[in-house]
Structures are given as C-alpha cells and as structure tokens.
Design a protein around this ligand. Structure first.
Ligand code: GAP
Length: 455
C-alpha cells in the first residue's frame, strides 16, 4: 500500500494533480488536475454516466445550475444546519474541525455528537491545538459550509444566492419539470454529475476532501406502497460495488460497507450505508447510499408552493414519491483508482500504475529507437498516426528506451511500441507490456488488432 506522500509525489511528477494556485503560494484545499489527471477523471465520469444513465431505461440525466437561489438551500435545511463544529486556537489562530481533533487524538468516532458533547470530550482530555500544541482552544462552534454568492451589480441590491453544496437539490427542484417534459414513469431515477462547493476545513489528505469537488448523484424515485424499499436499497448497493470492482477494477479487499447508527444518520434518512475505501489514511467514505424518504420533495412543496407530486396513470393515485440516493465523489474515485493502481515493483526497481486498461490516460506509446535517424522517426510517425486514429497514443523520442519505459509505467500506459532498425527491414516492432515488462515482436500491421483484443 503506498503512502499518501507516494501518491502526491507521483501525481505532481507525472501530471495527475497539482496544488491549486501553486505559483502564488497555493490556496488551501484546492487542487488542479494536470494532463493525465484530466484524462483519467474524464474516463471515470464517462463510465459513471454510461453505467448509471445511458444504459438504463429507468434513468434520465440532468445538468442543473451551480448557483441557485438562497430559497433552495433554506428549504433543504442547509442554511440552518449544514455546518461543521470548529475550534479556533487562541495562540496560533489555526481553525480545526472538532471531530477531526478528537478522532485523531483519541481514535474514537464522534459523528452525530452535539456541540456540548464535543466540548466536554475536548475539555476532559485536555486536547491541544494540533498546529501549535498549546491548550488554548476555544469552545467548538458551528460554521455553515455553504458559499454565499451576491448577485447583481450594486452591493446594496444584491440578491443572496449560494454555490450548491450538493448536486442533489438541483434534481429535487426540477422534479416537476422532468415529469412534465419527459415520459418517465415511477420507479425512475435522475442522475447528475457536477461541481459542488463546501467551505470546509480539511486535514491535508490531497484531493480526498476539498472545498470544490465533483459529485455523481442519483435520486431514484419510487412509490413506497408498491415498491418495497429494502430490496431497492440493496440493489443500489450492489450496483455501486459492481461499478467500483467490476468497472474500475478496484481490489475488493480494500472496500467495506459501514451503516450509520441513529446518531450519525440524518434525521430524515431511514437507512444510510457508506461504501468505504482503504485510502492510505484509513477506511473513508467513498460513496454514500441513503433512503431520504420524501423529505426533500416535501420541503420544496412546503417552501415553494409547487406541486411536486406524481399522478400514477394506472391508478389515478396522487402522492409524493420517496427517494433512494447513491451519492459519490468523483475526486474520491480518482484518488482511489490511483492508490489502488500504485505498485512499487522491486524486481525492476520501478513504480508502475497498474490502472485498468480502459482507464489509462494513454493506451499505447510509440518510440523511435533513435531520434536523429529520419528513417526510424518517419516510420514511427506513420505507426503513431495509425494508432492514434484508434487509441490515445503517446509519442516519446527522448532519452534511452529504458527511461522511456519507466516514464510510461508511471503514467500507467499499458503498452509501448519501439520502432528499431529491424522494423525498416521486416516491418516488425517490439510491443512491451506494462505489467509483466515482457516484450514480443509482431508486424506493425497487426498492432491495432492485437491491442483491441487485449483491451
Ligand atoms: N446529496 C448527499 C450528499 O451530498 P455527502 O455524503 O455529503 O452526501 C456525497 O456527499 C459524496 O460526495 C461523498 O460520499 C464524497 O464522496 C463526496 N464528497 C463530499 N464532500 C466532499 C469534499 N469536501 N471533497 C470531496 N468529495 C466530497
């Protein structure tokens, strides 16, 4: 298992992700995806959308606005209670999440505890500021996580809006639009992928928890009188696991599920289960699954006056549907994929990213043996053009071949093709396998068929 430092170092070295606003000294809890990270993330997002929206007749997609009316977030309950308990240090002024402070110092879980309970634990154990070590912490206070946005040109007339704290609310507020404009029938789901924003203090766990992140959320609507919720809940949990293990190729032994107890679970949820991955800093939430009942639709009915009920065409029954919500963080999927693929190959003294082949940012790399031999370069260019019409193909003519292989291994490129002097006489190239490092010789004209078969 790699350390987080191994992952961050590889990510920066090869261009998966970099600290945000880096040349200006950085901006805490923001990261930028580099050329390889952007490709990897795009592939994961496409697979999510294909699996959960495109291929399912019972699903439709949505792409709602990132900025939404403050009324949306008042109705959903986020303005009143979407908050983390924080303590400030009177000496160094560092702000720390109270639950993280306690969990790290005492190795106990404190989800669902009240401010008073958290303060009692901090005082009883005389917990100190994790930044400067002084016992000068304030009492824990609640800090709302939503980012306010002021719309309008004049500050006085500005209308308050919020950057969305979750993509889910965009689905609930469009429920009637979707019913009126499509031919969906219950049970059906709406999937949406996009950025969400939370003003949270994080623990320096790279892209695991950031203030700006991407979510893939599904609200699956059903009639609780005709569709029993338990089997539906279980089928979504299986679908989540299948995606992680079957589609992304993650090692099953690094996954576990954890059910929220009554204290941790939101008051409107009947059951919540987290699918957790064993990140370098321990098992943490990757994907949440919650039975949210009809809480959100009812809240928006109450606050907007809109009719968000469903009329069953078969029975003429009118009711407010319930929802089951599988909600995943795309950035956490990317981080998990990197952690799971990272392999230190001692035998060959290399780091190799054993990504599932379909996830690799580049499928194949083409190398001319010598960069100043026009014949070799010309033939290699022809092969590159042929391959790149079919696969994402990298080109590298710098340094010795061994170094070029190691570079591609760290990028996770499954195959490397070398064009050498023999290619010019008999048309064959060497094809090198990332995982085994074995090389075979085959005719360049067979490359596409060979790669397609192996993918
Ligand atoms: N609509 C429900 C909801 O938003 P959540 O557990 O707060 O539930 C869902 O978020 C998923 O979004 C989490 O399982 C996690 O993967 C991801 N997520 C939440 N906060 C995040 C953050 N600050 N940075 C990165 N991912 C985050």
């Amino acid at each position: 298992m790699p350390t987080l430092a191994d992952i961050v170092s590889l990510a920066k070295r090869r261009g998966f992700f970099y600290p945000g606003s880096d040349i200006y000294g950085g901006l805490a809890n923001t990261w930028d995806y580099g050329p390889l990270g952007a490709e990897l993330k795009k592939k994961i997002k496409e697979l999510w959308w294909e699996t959960f929206v495109t291929r399912r007749p019972d699903m439709v997609g949505l792409d709602s606005a990132v900025i939404s009316s403050s009324k949306v977030w008042e109705a959903s309950g986020h303005v009143a209670s979407f908050a983390d308990a924080m303590v400030d240090c009177k000496t160094c002024h560092a702000r720390t999440r109270a639950d993280h402070l306690i969990e790290d110092a005492l190795d106990i879980k404190v989800e669902g505890k009240t401010l008073t309970e958290l303060n009692e634990i901090i005082a009883k154990n005389n917990l100190k500021c994790p930044t400067c070590g002084n016992a000068t912490l304030t009492n824990a206070r609640s800090f709302n996580l939503l980012f306010p946005v002021h719309l309008g040109i004049l500050a006085e007339s500005a209308d308050l809006a919020y950057l969305r704290g979750e993509t889910a609310q965009g689905i609930f507020i469009n429920f009637k639009n979707i019913l009126d404009s499509t031919r969906v029938r219950l049970p059906f789901g709406v999937g949406q992928m996009g950025k969400s924003f939370r003003n949270e203090i994080t623990k320096g766990q790279a892209t695991f928890r950031t203030v700006e992140f991407e979510q893939g959320e599904i609200e699956y609507f059903f009639n609780p009188e005709t569709t029993p919720w338990e089997p539906l809940f279980d089928s979504w949990l299986s679908a989540m696991k299948n995606f992680v293990i079957g589609t992304l190729g993650i090692n099953e032994t690094n996954l576990r599920t954890r059910e929220h107890d009554d204290k941790e679970r939101s008051f409107y949820s009947k059951k919540t289960v987290d699918l957790e991955y064993n990140y370098p800093f321990g098992y943490k939430e990757l994907w949440g699954l919650a039975y949210r009942t009809d809480y959100d639709l009812q809240q928006h009915i109450k606050n907007s006056g809109a009719d968000l009920s469903y009329l069953d065409p078969a029975t003429n029954q009118k009711f407010v549907p319930h929802v089951i919500e599988p909600a995943v963080g795309i950035d956490r999927l990317v981080l998990m994929v990197l952690c799971d693929a990272y392999y230190h190959d001692e035998e060959h003294n290399r780091v190799v990213l054993k990504l599932a082949k379909k996830l690799a940012p580049y499928t194949v790399a083409v190398f001319p043996l010598l960069k100043n031999n026009p014949e070799l370069v010309g033939r290699a260019k022809e092969i590159f053009d042929n391959l790149s019409a079919r696969f994402r193909t990298a080109w590298d003519d710098r340094g010795n071949i061994g170094k070029r292989y190691y570079y591609q291994d760290e990028m996770g490129t499954p195959y490397c093709v070398t064009v050498d002097h023999q290619t010019l006489t008999d048309g064959t190239v060497t094809l090198r396998d990332r995982d085994t490092t074995e090389q075979i010789r085959l005719n360049a004209s067979e490359l596409i068929a060979h790669l397609e078969k192996s993918l």
